[in-house]
Design a binder for this molecule. Structure first.
Ligand SMILES: Cc1cc2nc3c(=O)[nH]c(=O)nc-3n(C[C@H](O)[C@H](O)[C@H](O)COP(=O)(O)O)c2cc1C
Length: 312
């Protein structure tokens, strides 16, 4: 069953948690329009997360979720806030949420870990995950090795719980492809960077809209911290140093605080403008509601066209 029916949504769409970006404003806009909005707690502390959850409730009475990055230094405080505030959905990144699982289940939270490994997904299923968000390396931000196209069928074949596809999805044809691969829904991040309600600096938004197909690069492959960002002066310098064999500490000088520089200051030269490969297909700012309506419309047309082509 698709996640729109499972969770009572209008669209089978989850807005990916994005640290420093997916605040109450964006999550509420997505949920209010019929998707599942997610507050990204990556750049927050317990107090700001609580404020965002409460603000989200003033903006929408629809369900929304929180993304918890498990390597966050204050993860214990953040996950406690999620339970205290009775958030309905949690997505997790960067590790095994095992020790929190029982508490989340007892609180009635739907747990949806993000991973790009089938082995990890199976362990998460055994640990009690309700659904897996399988993310391919086309995506913006931290990435694995597998593409969405190769990953999703292997995930759906291996698991008994629903799989949501993430990475490289920003239009109805891509959503149709995800369903053809066996997904029960899609999670999108990059397309929501271009949403009216997305509170990033306008320089960052403009850079995403201007970017073409080949304008992203993965930094940190050698250091073991691969992140997909838009090419700029920082990424070029980073990759040059990386190829010269620079150590993790030297490389971190480029990335430390770099996402915040992009999001809050609009620094497109030394900032880390995380974005996925779909950036080349995004050219206009739309409301979150319009983005999802456009995707749904194109998805329906695509399915019809495919069925008609079969009968020709
Ligand atoms: C700017 C940016 C920041 C992100 N930050 C996070 C994060 O904090 N936690 C997380 O689990 N995923 C994060 N992601 C991944 C998204 O939640 C989502 O899975 C991904 O963007 C989907 O692929 P797409 O970019 O091709 O749409 C981020 C993605 C982007 C583009």
């Amino acid at each position: 069953m698709k996640i729109d029916r499972l969770f009572g949504l209008t669209y089978p769409i989850i807005q990916g948690g994005m640290a420093n970006i997916a605040t109450a404003q964006l999550a509420a806009a997505v949920s209010e329009a019929g998707g599942l909005g997610i507050i990204g707690s990556g750049g927050m502390n317990a107090e700001t997360l609580r404020e965002n959850i409460r603000k989200c409730r003033t903006l929408t009475d629809k369900p929304f979720g929180v993304n918890l990055m498990l390597m966050h230094p204050q993860i214990d405080e953040l996950e406690k806030v999620v339970r205290e505030e009775q958030v309905s959905f949690v997505t997790t990144g960067a590790g095994m949420p095992g020790k929190y699982m029982a508490g989340w289940k007892a609180a009635g939270i739907t747990v949806m870990p993000v991973t790009s490994s089938v082995m990890m997904a199976k362990r998460l299923q055994d640990a009690g995950a309700d659904l897996i968000i399988a993310e391919g390396c086309e995506s913006g931000g931290h990435v694995g090795e597998m593409t969405t196209m190769a990953l999703i069928p292997q995930m759906t074949d291996a698991l008994d719980i629903p799989v949501v596809a993430a990475g490289g999805i920003a239009c109805g044809r891509q959503m149709a492809a995800a369903f053809a691969l066996g997904a029960a829904g899609v999670q999108m991040g990059t397309v929501f960077l271009t949403a009216e309600e997305c509170p990033i600096h306008e320089n960052y938004k403009k850079a995403v809209l201007k970017a073409r197909d080949n304008d992203t690069v993965v930094t940190g492959r050698i250091a073991g911290t691969p992140v997909r960002i838009l090419k700029n002066a920082m990424s070029r310098e980073y990759v040059r140093k990386e190829k010269q064999g620079a150590g993790v500490e030297e490389l971190e000088m480029y990335t430390l605080g770099a996402l915040r520089r992009a999001v809050f200051k609009g620094d497109t030269k030394t900032g880390s403008l995380m974005a996925g490969q779909v950036c080349g297909q995004l050219t206009t700012v739309r409301s979150a509601a319009q983005i999802m309506a456009d995707i749904e419309k194109e998805y329906r047309e695509t399915v019809k066209k495919m069925a008609a082509a079969e009968e020709e």
